[in-house]
Design a protein around this ligand. Structure first.
Ligand SMILES: Nc1ncnc2c1ncn2[C@@H]1O[C@H](COP(=O)(O)OP(=O)(O)O)[C@@H](O)[C@H]1O
Ligand SMILES: [Mg+2]
Length: 260
């Protein structure tokens, strides 16, 4: 067995009297896709914010490939290889789709922003940028200014920019939020393809159950800050407590199915 990419031990976050995340432990293995689900207020965002460094845990420990990253600031955690999906306002609207990826690549290859214009004339960076756009199926848009492409394509561009940092762990926060059903299907298919390529490890929060059951190798179900259950999509679908707590089933239905 290989070692986990991420090891989370007894992670807890309290806001005054509210325990938003309570004593959660979890290993994320290389190349797996793990989804975090739970009803509103379950603690998903807080959990995610602690992993990316945006919030300090009250208790517990986060190790990245054996290195303690607990409480480090976001830019350090990102430099160590945990890449969070960019918000749309991190896209440079005036630049082309391809140049947006080139900026990330040239930073990754150690060029400063000032040298970007020189670096972008480097054909290997240009070729590499196009490869990432191809992976997201948006290479046909490479010459368009980023501000004119659709919302769904912007979210795919963000993912291309995340992957261009060569991350050890990719955090995607509701990757299909705000998308049309068509865009959601397309994005789910693309993320699935990236996950199946074996090049990436994903941690995804997502409210769309079809997306989660399609993508995840393993699902962490949170409820009121606690780990209610962690298992495969099949196990989660068949877990009576999860069905009651999260999938919105009535108690008696779940009981009926458990004891037909
Ligand atoms: N910055 C904060 N200050 C106080 N309470 C917070 C803060 N962030 C989240 N909470 C509380 O923590 C709980 C979990 O919230 P959150 O992590 O946003 O859940 P989810 O993302 O699953 O909807 C909620 O009760 C929420 O009100
Ligand atoms: Mg949330």
């Amino acid at each position: 067995m290989s070692n986990p990419v991420l090891t989370i031990t007894n992670l807890t976050k309290r806001f005054g009297g509210v325990t938003a995340v309570s004593d959660i432990s979890l290993d994320v293995m290389p190349k797996e896709t793990i989804a975090i689900i739970g009803p509103n207020g379950a603690g998903k965002t807080t959990f995610y914010n602690m992993v990316s460094g945006r919030m300090q845990p009250t208790e517990g420990k986060i190790m990245l490939e054996g290195r303690d990253i607990t409480g480090l600031p976001p830019h350090k955690i990102s430099r160590l290889g945990v890449s969070r999906s960019f918000q749309i306002n991190n896209i440079f609207p005036e630049m082309t789709v391809q140049e947006n990826v080139e900026v990330v690549l040239s930073a990754y290859h150690g060029h400063s922003r000032k040298l970007f214009n020189i670096a972008s004339r480097n054909t290997s960076i240009q070729q590499e940028a196009v490869e990432f756009l191809k992976r997201l199926g948006i290479d046909s848009l490479k010459a368009q200014r980023a501000e004119v492409i659709s919302y769904g394509d912007k979210r795919l561009l963000e993912i291309a920019m995340v992957l261009a940092t060569q991350p050890k762990l990719v955090l995607l926060d509701e990757p299909t939020a705000g998308m049309t059903p068509d865009e959601t299907r397309r994005t789910t298919r693309l993320i699935k393809k990236l996950a199946d390529s074996g090049d990436y490890t994903f941690m995804i929060t997502e409210h769309d159950m079809d997306v989660v059951f399609n993508l995840a190798d393993r699902i962490l179900v949170m409820h009121r800050g606690e780990k209610l259950f962690a298992g495969t999509p099949e196990e989660v679908k068949n877990h009576p407590e999860v069905r009651v707590a999260y999938l919105g089933e009535e108690d008696d239905e779940a009981v009926e199915e458990a004891n037909p």
